[in-house]
Design a protein around this ligand. Structure first.
Ligand code: HEC
Length: 144
C-alpha cells in the first residue's frame, strides 16, 4: 500500500475507534438503579396490574396524546417513548401509588394493592425498556 493510502487508512481506523470508544463511554454512564431481579419481579406485577392499560411491554396506546370522548388521556407508553422520563423516581412512585386523580387523570392508584418495593419494581420493569440515552436524561431530572 502506498504511504499516503496507509496514512488515510490509519486515520480512518483511528476515527472509527474513537467514535466507538465514545459510544461505549456513553453506555457505561447510564448505570441503572435496579437489579435484574427487580426487573423480573416488576415484570410479574406489571403484567398482572398494569399491562391491561399500558401494554405488556409498556408500549401504551398509540393515540395517547389525544383525549377520548370524555376528555381523558389514554394510558401513555412507559417504555421511554413518552413523558415518563420527565418525572423523578419519587413522582413516578407517587403517580402509581395515588393514581392520576391528583392531575385530573383516570389512572387508578395502587397504594392499597402494592407496597413501596413492589411499586419500585414495576418502575424497574418499564425502565428496562428505556435506551441509555433516555435513562441518562431521566437521571438528570431525577438528580435535580
Ligand atoms: C385502568 C388503566 C390503567 C392501569 C391499570 C394502570 N394505568 Fe398507569 N396510567 C393510566 C392512564 C390513563 C394514565 C395517564 C394519566 C391519567 O389519566 O391518570 C396513566 C399514567 C401513568 C404514569 C405516568 C406516565 C407519564 O408519562 O406521565 C405512570 C408512571 C403509570 N401510569 C404507571 C402505571 C403502573 C406502574 C401501573 C400498574 C401498577 C399502571 N400505571 C396501571 C392508566 C392505567
Amino acid at each position: 500500500m502506498p504511504a499516503k493510502l496507509r496514512t488515510i487508512a490509519a486515520l480512518f481506523m483511528a476515527t472509527t475507534f474513537a467514535c466507538s470508544a465514545e459510544m461505549l463511554g456513553a453506555d457505561s454512564v447510564a448505570e441503572r438503579w435496579y437489579t435484574p431481579d427487580d426487573v423480573a419481579n416488576g415484570k410479574a406485577l406489571f403484567l398482572s396490574h398494569c399491562a391491561s392499560c399500558h401494554g405488556s411491554s409498556a408500549e401504551g396506546t398509540t393515540a395517547w396524546r389525544t383525549t377520548d370522548a370524555n376528555g381523558n388521556y389514554p394510558p401513555p407508553p412507559l417504555n421511554g417513548s413518552a413523558h415518563g422520563w420527565h418525572h423523578a423516581l419519587s413522582s413516578l412512585e407517587q403517580t402509581i401509588t395515588i393514581g392520576g386523580a391528583q392531575y385530573g387523570g383516570v389512572m387508578p392508584g395502587f397504594g392499597e394493592t402494592l407496597d413501596e418495593d413492589e411499586v419500585r419494581t414495576t418502575i424497574a420493569y418499564f425502565q428496562s425498556f428505556w435506551s441509555n440515552e433516555i435513562y441518562a436524561r431521566w437521571q438528570k431530572v431525577n438528580n435535580q
